[in-house]
Design a protein around this ligand. Structure first.
Ligand code: ADP
Length: 537
């Protein structure tokens, strides 16, 4: 019985009948004059075509081969192919050798040191009538340019990835560096406002400082979020969201905002009266950000009349949020463009509020993150309505987690408790100290992660909770927390950071933190969060 490789050979022998048999005969029996044409064909091929015997002696090269090795046909009598590249024996990865050993065609790509070229070498067996390999055909292509392009592309890709990484870490750092002083400005302004300063001028100035700080913070967040969206890194943090609560909170904030700007605008919130709590599954912070943007624009571009916002439940299990205003409106030629990045309408009325043109572009992409869409209807000089349509998986109302509006500031007594605060920025520590002072809690200040770990190690069982900044010199909050966890598995560690990236939230919850607070931390949220963990403990 013939084995498999013999059968393959027989098959190949059959294939060489007809045109192929003619070519084979041509190679085996020399080059008859009347087929000069064929010789010309071979010589016109820019790749090297060669024939060698089983000892690797060269029998034939086309012109490209002679040119490559800078030899004439008569120079190559009795010469082995490896001698052409200055060797005394075959190369380790010789394609012809593999053909000889396996009876199969082979292919290798190799760098020729002598010629400093990359070569793609293919070798094919030529069988005699008995299926024995008689000669080997080599096809050699100079792929130096392809290799160079491939390398250039790889290098360019690596550079692009590196620059992307640098850009992201630059953005993270710059965001941190800008947000840290802003947090202090906003946090301390809030504290002064909560003291109800008697001097009306001072109260007004402090409001200006706070609002400018908030505006700047919004801008930084928009730019960072936009850049994260562009690089596909922003993913929704889906959770239960009480829509009525969220809109109610926005109502309070923007009612204040309109009063502060002394605008003759009435603000209306229209919510679904049939459900006291409409709880849906979505990313509440992104939903809030979109509605915030719509409302901020509505306030900016409206001088008098009203702003009405709310939502309608649609039949297709979607919720249609809207913000309607009686402002300057948008010309039809601009309507299709305002959701494009950096687009700002240029007109006498709108120029008064010129912004970065990022807001609505960000909103459009955030809507996509929530699997929704945004659109607008507008009439110049009459007003605009901006819409956000998102799919709504509706939860049972019992899942609603809050019954705001606005509870009084909680009063806690933590006289017997001890909190360790790891924070490298003195102003941030002073802010936390100020907010927590009403609780009479005992505080210890660690200026970096290492100090926090050392304190826990040297004073086991003395601390009830650790409030841990994430970005600190010497040892960051992630590492410090994992060290503290080895000392005390139970102690609640609450992360606090100036980063706004939601991936940080996920990362820190996965890294063993009990909770996560983003700066500027509102005083109420700080107290409520810490109380939750101090009670459990
Ligand atoms: P910006 O940050 O400049 O406000 P946006 O992307 O939020 O950028 O808005 C783009 C443009 O759309 C604005 O410059 C403004 O001309 C127009 N626009 C947005 N909202 C409204 C609105 N409610 N009424 C009138 N024009 C608006």
């Amino acid at each position: 019985m013939k084995n498999l490789s013999n059968r393959k050979r027989d098959k190949r022998k059959d294939d060489t009948k007809g045109d192929h048999a003619f070519v084979e005969n041509f190679f085996l029996n020399g080059i008859p004059d009347d087929i000069k044409l064929l010789k010309n064909v071979f010589n016109s091929i820019p790749d090297i075509i060669g024939i060698q015997d089983l000892d690797h002696k060269i029998l034939y090269y086309n012109q490209a081969g002679y040119d490559y090795f800078k030899k004439r046909p008569e120079d190559l009598t009795d010469i082995h192919c490896f001698e052409l590249i200055g060797r005394t024996e075959t190369c380790d990865d010789c394609a012809a050798k593999i053909v000889k050993e396996t009876g199969e065609p082979s292919r290798i790509t190799r760098h020729s040191l002598k010629h400093n070229k990359w070569l793609d070498i293919r070798a094919y067996p030529v069988f005699d009538d008995n299926g024995k390999i008689q000669k080997i055909i080599e096809h050699i292509r100079d792929v130096t340019e392809d290799k160079k392009r491939e390398n250039d592309l790889k290098n360019a890709m690596e550079r692009a990835e590196e620059s992307d990484r640098l850009k992201d870490s630059f953005l993270e750092n710059i965001s941190h560096e800008i947000r840290t002083p802003l947090n202090a400005i906003i946090g301390f302004s809030d504290l002064i406002i909560s003291e109800n300063p008697k001097h009306t001028k001072i109260a007004k100035y402090i409001e200006y400082i706070r609002n400018s700080g908030l505006g700047l913070m919004q801008m930084v967040n928009d730019i960072i979020d936009y850049s994260m969206l562009e690089s596909g890194q922003l993913h929704p943090d889906t959770t239960s969201c009480d829509v009525n609560d969220l809109l109610q909170e926005l109502y309070i904030i923007f009612k204040d905002e309109i009063e502060r700007q002394h605008k003759e605008i009435e603000l209306f919130l229209t919510i679904d009266k049939t459900t006291e709590h409409l709880v849906i599954e979505t990313d509440p912070s992104r939903l809030r950000q979109i509605m915030w943007n719509f409302l901020q624009n509505a306030v900016n571009f409206t001088s008098r009349g009203y702003i009405r916002f709310g939502y309608k439940r649609t039949r297709s299990n979607h919720i249609l949020f809207y913000v309607e205003d009686t402002g300057i409106g948008i010309h039809s030629k601009d309507l299709g463009l305002i959701f494009e990045k950096f687009y700002t309408v240029s007109s006498a009325e709108s120029n008064a509020f010129k912004g970065s043109g990022i807001g609505l572009a960000l909103v459009k992409q955030l809507a996509a993150v929530l699997n929704g869409k945004v659109f607008v209807e507008s009439t110049p000089a009459r007003g605009s309505t901006f819409y956000l349509n998102i799919p709504a998986i509706i939860n049972h109302p019992e899942k609603s987690h809050s019954d705001r509006p606005v509870k009084p500031m909680p009063k806690y007594n933590w006289e017997n408790k001890h909190i360790l605060i790891a924070e490298d920025e003195e102003l941030n520590y002073l802010f936390l100290q100020e907010v927590l002072s009403v609780t009479k809690v005992k505080l210890t200040w660690a200026r970096n992660g290492l100090e926090a770990v050392e304190f826990c190690r040297d004073h086991p069982g003395e601390t009830d909770l650790v409030l841990m900044d994430l970005k600190m010199p010497q040892m960051d909050g992630y590492e410090a927390t994992s060290c503290i966890r080895k000392i005390d598995k139970e102690i609640p560690v609450v992360a606090q950071t100036a980063y706004s990236f939601s991936s940080n939230k996920n990362k820190s919850l996965q890294s063993g933190f009990s909770d996560f607070l983003t700066k500027p931390i509102p005083a109420r949220l700080l107290l409520e969060t810490l109380n939750k963990h101090l009670i459990i403990k």
